[in-house]
Write a protein that binds this ligand. Structure first.
Ligand SMILES: [Mg+2]
Length: 269
């Protein structure tokens, strides 16, 4: 009897260990989402970005840098720059989803629960108080309701200048450059804010990891001056550089590809 009990306990411990290992190691997104949800460093990087952006605005307001005489403006992306959607990512983990899920995202957007990123509202209000025009350029696409959902959220969050002249929703294309250039024709753009290199220039829209590295190195002086970059460990065109698409399908092959990308150049076998 004692022997049988011992075998039973061993099997139980083994099964529990297997289950724990499986849960602990199974989801691609776990570390990235944990960082978004719990790291004070994540929040600090937003404050850091908006502090630098504010300093840039103050430099322009207090000096004669703007020799062209155009009105001053800033251009910003929205998701993961001015607004955050951490509960969406938590939902994916909770339901064992390992890749960006378009249908869940659309439901999340419709639920209107996004929050301002740390320091975003203060920075936008500072711009408004100093007569700096704020332009929002986003690639959100939830069909016919895209604009309505977004306007509802931005109004709920008390963001300034939520109107047709300042909010540009590019549903059909990720290319923001056309509208950004139109804004630059009429305004002196002090800074651009984003969480994706494509938020700053279309030249970054390449799908090779090394090429993306080179492009950043070539204009490294622009980061923290013309471009203010915010952290996003869960999605963006860096994902496209790994998988060939920004929203890869949840397949075993893609999971293997992720493992390959993260384990290559390991210091030893
Ligand atoms: Mg974004």
């Amino acid at each position: 009897m004692k022997y049988q009990m011992s075998i039973f306990l061993s099997i139980l411990i083994f099964l529990t260990a297997c289950q724990t290992n499986e849960v602990a190691s199974s989801n691609n997104l776990a570390y990235a989402v944990a960082w978004k949800k719990t790291a004070a460093e994540y929040r600090a990087l937003y404050y850091q970005g908006f502090n630098i952006a504010r300093q840039r605005v103050e430099e322009f307001v207090n000096s004669s840098i703007n020799e062209v005489g155009k009105p001053l403006a800033i251009i910003s992306d929205l998701d993961d720059t001015l607004i955050l959607s951490d509960p969406y990512w938590s939902y994916l983990i909770k339901h064992d989803l390992e890749f960006f899920d378009d249908s869940v995202w659309d439901e999340w957007v419709a639920s209107d629960q996004a929050t301002p990123s740390p320091g975003a509202l203060e920075f936008l209000n500072f711009c408004e108080e100093n007569n700096i025009s704020v332009f929002y350029v986003t690639n959100r696409n939830q069909g016919d309701n895209t604009r309505e959902y977004l306007v509802n959220t931005l109004n709920r969050l008390d963001f300034p200048s939520v109107d047709d002249d300042h909010l540009f929703v590019l549903q059909e294309s990720s290319n923001k450059e056309l509208i950004q250039n139109r804004i630059k024709d009429d305004y002196e753009v002090i800074v651009m804010l984003g969480d994706n290199l494509n938020d700053f220039s279309r030249e970054y829209y390449v799908s090779d990891i090394g090429e993306r590295y080179s492009l950043v190195e070539n204009k490294s002086e622009k980061y923290g001056s013309d471009f203010i970059l915010f952290p996003n460990p869960t999605d963006g065109h860096w994902i496209r550089a790994i998988f060939g698409e920004s929203e890869p399908a949840p397949t075993i092959d893609n999971k293997m590809l992720m493992r390959e990308a993260t384990s290559s150049s390991a210091w030893r076998d």
